[in-house]
Design a protein around this ligand. Structure first.
Ligand code: DP6
Length: 327
């Protein structure tokens, strides 16, 4: 029986991936830059077994929904073609994230799955090739192959061969901290996949996003090069809020935030006025991720934990590359 297990960490984008130019290959409209987080990750074990009648998927020790199982199965089909194999697999995945409240990430999940499944099928891929494979499962997963600060190159080839992530700086380059405020409950109403599709198709504000995102990427690259927290934070915060602004112009419009999301943003802006360099970013949900220096981490945690509607506050350092693990 061919088996392998891998661990991949969640990443949070500083310049967001928002919009696809090819849905089947998950090719993005724009490049993106992220940080990989130490404290949040997925561990996935894949076992190919010729006696199985179909693929099996267990997430956090429970059988996954049929919809999730089919998505993984369709993904494994592509790898089976590459490996000339016909065996089905049993996939067991565990998400190590603060709560069930929505930070479980398709990015860490597909990066871990790509790495474990490729190894189990004896496909000896380079990290670049694995990044492309992870991308096919979920765009943002392309970035979780690497630790530290990572850029996913947009590429221009129609077959996606030049759309993969590259490491910019490893986790030891700059000791920034990330503080996550978990707000709101339950499953989000519009997935990032559906949300970006609706925005691209209907929001007049998407054109503004497209026209400015290259400049955001350049500012973030420069800020990283200079280890300039104010430049990095301002660029990342503006990029995130701009992404969320495109939702308001969609038809029908939608919002990922809840009341506490806005309270957290305001509180971080207050802290900044008091001299603590801290900046927000938000993905396709209500939770707020705060970027700060090590010296500001305690003040940020303290401020966030006092806000009504913030259920949990969790800090993280930058994390490592995805890697195979022994189980
Ligand atoms: C807002 O990678 O989840 O988090 O490619 O359809 O699986 P699919 O989308 P996904 O989108 C992530 C969107 C985002 C921004 C980001 O992580 O860059």
């Amino acid at each position: 029986m061919a088996e392998a297990a891998a661990k991949a960490h969640v990443n949070i984008a500083l310049v967001k991936y928002w919009g696809k130019r090819d849905e089947r290959l998950n090719l993005p409209v724009n490049g993106s830059i992220s940080m990989t987080l130490q404290q949040f990750y997925t561990v996935t074990r894949v076992r190919f077994n010729p006696s199985l009648a179909q693929d099996q998927l267990i997430i956090n020790e429970e059988y996954a929904s049929e919809e999730q199982r089919r998505r993984i199965s369709a993904y494994l089909d592509r790898l089976r073609v590459a490996a000339k194999s016909s065996a089905y697999a049993s996939v067991e995945s565990s998400n190590y994230v603060p709560t069930g409240a929505g930070l479980a990430s398709s990015a860490s999940a597909f990066a871990a799955l790509a790495l474990a499944a490729a190894q189990a099928l004896d496909l000896h891929y380079s990290p670049r090739e694995l990044s492309r494979w992870a991308r096919l499962g979920s765009g943002s997963a392309a970035r979780s192959i690497y630790g530290g600060f990572v850029e996913w190159l947009r590429g221009s080839a129609p077959d996606g061969s030049d759309s993969y992530a590259v490491p910019l700086f490893d986790g030891g380059y700059w000791d920034v901290r990330v503080v996550v405020a978990i707000v709101g409950e339950g499953v989000k109403s519009v997935s990032s996949r559906d949300g970006m599709r609706r925005v691209v198709a209907t929001s007049p504000f998407y054109e503004g996003w497209r026209q400015t995102v290259e400049a955001d990427l350049a500012r973030v690259r420069e800020a990283l090069q200079q280890r300039d927290m104010a430049k990095l934070g301002e660029a990342a915060e503006a990029n995130a809020l701009k992404m969320h602004a495109t939702l308001l112009g969609a038809s029908p419009p939608f919002i990922y935030w809840c009341g506490a999301t806005i309270e957290v943003i305001r509180r971080i802006w207050d802290l900044r006025r008091q001299g603590v360099p801290a900046y927000v970013t938000i993905d396709a949900g209500p939770h707020v991720v705060v970027l700060c220096e090590k010296s500001g981490q305690a003040a940020v945690c303290e401020a966030l934990s006092r806000i009504e509607g913030v259920a949990e506050v969790v800090s993280s350092e930058l994390g490592p590359d995805a890697a195979l693990v022994e189980l």
